[in-house]
Design a protein around this ligand. Structure first.
Ligand code: TXA
Ligand code: MG
Length: 346
């Protein structure tokens, strides 16, 4: 399917409240009628379609160029919607929903037959989350159906944190995008499997393991998150992701970065460095991009995908990045950076 023009519903900084709600309602109705519409969540922009319609869901896979074995997250606006989607809700899941919904935590449940087959890529489980972004909640409400939505980027690219990122990747490939400005968290939701006896982390994200364990005690961690040779339990985690066009290498000891930049420059490459405000003036490169503040890892998460996209705009061939501590949201930051770098770390 191709669209002559992707409609933009701008609800960011709009003074007229009636107009704003009308735009969101219209976007919701488009989803209800089988169209694909991108919308802001508190993590990244999602590309939504009716989770009960196989035909609508097929449009998501086509627009993104997403492999059909990679299941989607179903977004709901109220807990009562769970009843039509899942067969059982464990005690741990109940506690986590009370603690973190609406918010950046996706839970995996045993699924019911009402969900379109292609949403779950043939699996017996379904991933569900309730986003906290008011526009997302209003849109799902207006759609009147559960909304399946992957991140609204072309498959393999960094996830979009602005409507401009979405438009850049998907204009002409989707019906519409609701522009709600920049997203907040900046990295995707945490994915936790609650369909097994001991809940297992599949993807680190906006809610940290430390926060989860405070509520339900110790959780298991998919071994593939530590040992890159293992096959991930979550199909999406096996693909290369978030990659900028230039080749990205993570450098554990930041004092090695300038010599590496010099060497690559000597070979005629355009070079870039991903750093933070604290160290930005330490480097000489074609692009020195401060991705938030090291002292505040949440600010790094917020800017990470936009930073990766900026290196593309600057047509940088070779990028070196500082690394971040593997604690709190740093775990998710390092997980995305390692994927973007295809595992290159020195
Ligand atoms: O923050 C987010 O989660 C964003 C916003 C839009 O909500 N969405 C998002 O979706 O990141 P996506 O499709 O880019 O990532 C979904 C991840 C993939 O790694 C997929 O394999 C995994 O969730 N997943 C979905 N259903 C699953 C299931 N039944 N079992 C295991 N993994 C599943
Ligand atoms: Mg994605």
């Amino acid at each position: 399917m191709s669209y002559k023009q992707t409609k933009v519903f701008n609800v960011d900084n709009i003074n007229d409240d009636d107009k704003k709600h009308e735009y969101i309602r219209n976007a919701g109705l488009w989803i209800k009628s089988g169209e694909v519409v991108a919308f802001p969540t508190e993590t990244v922009y999602g590309l939504g379609a009716n989770a009960l319609s196989e035909e609508a869901i097929a449009k998501i896979f086509k627009a993104k160029g997403r492999p059909s074995d990679n299941p989607l997250i179903v977004h709901i606006s109220k807990k009562e919607q769970l009843g039509e989607l899942v067969t059982e809700v464990s005690r741990a899941a109940e506690k986590l929903m009370d603690a973190f919904w609406p918010g950046p935590l996706t839970l995996i449940f045993k699924k019911k037959g009402s969900i379109a087959k292609n949403v779950t890529a043939g699996l017996e489980t379904v991933a569900i989350r309730m986003p906290s972004h008011p526009t997302a909640l209003e849109l799902i409400e207006a759609a009147g159906v559960p909304v399946a939505a992957p991140s609204a980027n072309l498959s393999g690219k960094p996830s979009p944190t602005t409507a401009q990122h979405v438009y850049h990747d998907l204009q002409g490939r989707i019906a519409a995008v609701v522009d709600g400005g920049s997203t907040g968290v900046g990295l995707e939701s945490t994915v936790l499997d609650c369909s097994v006896d001991v809940p297992m982390l599949y993807r680190p994200g906006g809610v940290t393991v430390e926060q989860i364990e405070e509520v339900i005690g110790e959780v298991a961690v998919d071994p593939s998150l530590k040992d890159k040779e293992d096959t991930p339990r979550s199909p999406g985690m096996k693909y290369t992701h978030y990659a900028p066009k230039g080749s990205l290498t993570l450098v554990k000891d930041a004092s090695n970065i300038q010599p590496l930049l010099n060497e690559a420059r000597g070979q005629g490459k355009r070079v870039g460095v991903l750093t933070t405000t604290e160290r930005a003036n330490h480097y000489d490169a074609d692009a020195v991009i401060a991705c938030g503040e090291r002292e505040d890892l949440a600010s790094v998460a917020t800017k990470l995908y936009d930073t990766l996209r900026q290196f593309d705009q600057e047509e940088i061939d070779v990028i070196f990045s500082e690394t971040f501590p593997n604690v709190g949201v740093g775990v998710a930051i390092m997980n995305r950076l390692e994927k973007a770098a295809g595992g290159r770390m020195i």
